[in-house]
Every structure is written in structure tokens, then in C-alpha cells.
Design a protein around this ligand. Structure first.
Ligand code: IPM
Ligand code: MG
Length: 355
């Protein structure tokens, strides 16, 4: 029986995770599966309860589970804390690192019924079906950092480090994924300026030779940011380093109508972590306004990638598509005149569509 650890976390995380559980329960009923759930504390919620955003007990429960579903973490309430105790740096990054989750998969797909919600013209948004494979445990996020006083002036340093091995393993993920899709990898770097990007390109080119059936091209990150709004349908699999991937996935998500639509899977370690790509949205937390679909779609990724339950994963994705086609919208997706449904309302609609 698959053991799922739920980490609702902060802000809207508390509202969206239960909606994904509704979808999983509907799958369990329809396909006669059983999921065992445990819930643990993470982020600001954990800090408030036990004084640390990533308690050792939570980490242990992560390791003891078959997959993890995370809502969101962080919020203004904890922004004043020393950096090491802030939910992002004190919990999310160490969690990714401790579990060895070096690969972050973020698919961006436009649902035809949401074309009007995309900030792009419908003819440009049509056909968006791409996946960003973001390196998740290296680069600027994890390089050495320091603050010092130099000639009486404060100075801050972050270090961008990548080893050839780190680049190759994320590259492999991308090429292997492309083989199951349209066999096209776009590697994104800034090799005209940054040394680690030159190593990145060198290693990706070498790796590409092992995948002659996959078309490989390279874009500088600034150009990629532009191409994503100019002609997003050109992309199949984008592979890039941590920081570039963070930025490009926010951009890619909103092309599909709302950042509330983008699921993600963080993989590569003993146990994978699934989470929506959006944050904790403190401005709307507790108001039943959040879009639970990114979390529900993350649960579908969990079924597919952690439990090899492809049929069940598709049932969730199909249900989401149907509910959107029927015109149901959370406030982030509602256009002028459309009456929005609540977070729980959307979750129930999806669960019913699965049943
Ligand atoms: C994301 C988020 C995180 C990141 C933050 C919350 C640390 O923006 O998952 O994209 O930068 O990785
Ligand atoms: Mg981000």
C-alpha cells in the first residue's frame, strides 16, 4: 500500500492539499487502490509549532514514505527570521538537498478551454506542450555565500558552481524524457558570459551524442525567455540550471492561463516530492480562492512517476480537463463575467469527474 506523506505547509498549502487528497481518494475508489496518508509539519507552520521549519521528525517521515505531496511554504509572517530559519532557505532547499532531488520536472500545457485566460494571443498560446527540467540541488542556490565588510562597505557573494557530473545527470533526465515525447531537447544556458554555463553546454553536447535520435539545440537564457512568449509551441523539453529554471518556469506557467495550473515533480532521490510550482499566496490564504489544480495535477504526476499508475494518473488529468471544459473556474482563471468556484468546490468537481 503506497504511503504518502502530506506536507500542507503554509498559506494556501493548507487549502489545496486536501483537494488533491480528494482526487486521490476518488482514484482509490474507482480503481480499488489504497493509499495511506500521514501528515507532517513543514515551513512556517513547523517553525510556529516546534521552532524549526524542517524538524528532524519531518525529514524522517519523508524518508519513511513512498512519495511526498507538498502544498507551499513561506509567508511574510516568517520573513523577519534569521535566514537559516526562514521557510524557503531553512526548509524547502534543505529538504530537496537532503532527499537528493536534483531533477525538477515542470510541465506546462495549455488546455484549449483556458486559451482566453492566457496572457498570450490565442494563436500563440495554442499548442503549448512543454516540460522544463530544472536542476534543483546545485548552482547559485547552494553555492557558498557570504557577507563581509570591505573598506567599510557591505559586500555579499553568492557562488554558482556546477560539476560535470551534476550537469550530466540532469541532462540524462531531460534526454530520457524527450525520448518519451517529441524527441527535442533545448538546453538553456548563458555560455556567452558564465563559466559554469560553458561547462554546462560542453557536457550537454557530449551527452547529446549518446542520444542521436533526440534533436538538441541551445539557447541563451535571455533568448529563451523571449522565445517562450514569442513562439512557445517550439519547445518540447527545456533543460536548464537551478536559477534559470526557477525564473523560466514562472514564465512558462502563466502562459497556460495561471501559475495555479503548473504541477511539479522533484525526483532523483530515494523518495520523490510533488508540489505545485506556485508559492503560498499569503494574500489569498484562508479565503478559498486558491486554485487547487496544480496540486491535483502534481498528485497525478505522483501516481505516474512514483507508483507507475499511468491509467490512474490519466484519470485525474482527464477529470481536470473535463471540469475546465465545463466552464468551472477558480478566481485566477475566471474571465469577466464568469462566476468563480471555491478551492473546495473545484476539488469536489474534479473528484466527481474522476468517479
Ligand atoms: C520554486 C520556488 C522556490 C525556488 C522558492 C520558494 C525557494 O520559487 O519552487 O520555484 O526558488 O526554488
Ligand atoms: Mg519559483
Amino acid at each position: 500500500m503506497p504511503k504518502i506523506l502530506l506536507l500542507p505547509g503554509d498559506g494556501i498549502g493548507q487549502e489545496i492539499v486536501p483537494e488533491a487528497v480528494k482526487a486521490l481518494d476518488a482514484v482509490a475508489r474507482r480503481y480499488h487502490a489504497t493509499f495511506e496518508y500521514t501528515t507532517a509539519l513543514v515551513g512556517g507552520a513547523a517553525y510556529d509549532a516546534v521552532g524549526h521549519p524542517l524538524p528532524e521528525s519531518t525529514l524522517q517521515q519523508c524518508r519513511a514514505s513512498d512519495a511526498i505531496l507538498l502544498g507551499a511554504i513561506g509567508g511574510p509572517k516568517w520573513d523577519h527570521l534569521p535566514v537559516a530559519l526562514r521557510p524557503e532557505v531553512g526548509a524547502l532547499l534543505p529538504l530537496r538537498k537532503a532527499l537528493g532531488l536534483y531533477g525538477n520536472i515542470r510541465p506546462a500545457v495549455i488546455y484549449p478551454s483556458l486559451a482566453a485566460a492566457s496572457p498570450l494571443k490565442p494563436e500563440i498560446a495554442a499548442g503549448i506542450d512543454l516540460v522544463v527540467v530544472r536542476e534543483l540541488t546545485g548552482g547559485l542556490y547552494f553555492g557558498e555565500k557570504k557577507r563581509e565588510l570591505v573598506n567599510g562597505e557591505e559586500r555579499a557573494t553568492d557562488t554558482l558552481v556546477y560539476s560535470a557530473g551534476e550537469i550530466r545527470r540532469i541532462g540524462r533526465l531531460a534526454f530520457d524524457l524527450a525520448r518519451k515525447r517529441r524527441k527535442h531537447v533545448t538546453s538553456v544556458d548563458k555560455a556567452n558570459v558564465i563559466e559554469s554555463s560553458r561547462l554546462w553546454r560542453q557536457e550537454i553536447v557530449k551527452l547529446g551524442a549518446e542520444y542521436p535520435d533526440v534533436a538538441l539545440d541551445h539557447l541563451y537564457v535571455d533568448n529563451c525567455a523571449m522565445q517562450l512568449v514569442r513562439r512557445p509551441s517550439q519547445f518540447d523539453v527545456i533543460v536548464t540550471e537551478n536559477m534559470f529554471g526557477d525564473i523560466l518556469t514562472d514564465e512558462a506557467s502563466v502562459l497556460t492561463g495561471s501559475i495555479g495550473m503548473l504541477p511539479s515533480a522533484s525526483i532523483g532521490g530515494e523518495v520523490a516530492l510533488y508540489e505545485p510550482a506556485h508559492g503560498s499566496a499569503p494574500d489569498i490564504a484562508g479565503q478559498q480562492k486558491a486554485n487547487p489544480l496544480a496540486t491535483i495535477l502534481s498528485a497525478a504526476m505522483m501516481l505516474r512517476l512514483s507508483f507507475s499508475m499511468e491509467t490512474e494518473a490519466r484519470a485525474i488529468e482527464l477529470a481536470v480537463r473535463q471540469v475546465l471544459e465545463q466552464g468551472h473556474r477558480t478566481p485566477d482563471l475566471a474571465q469577466n463575467g464568469e462566476r468563480p468556484v471555491t478551492t473546495a468546490g473545484m476539488g469536489s468537481l474534479v473528484a466527481e469527474a474522476i468517479s
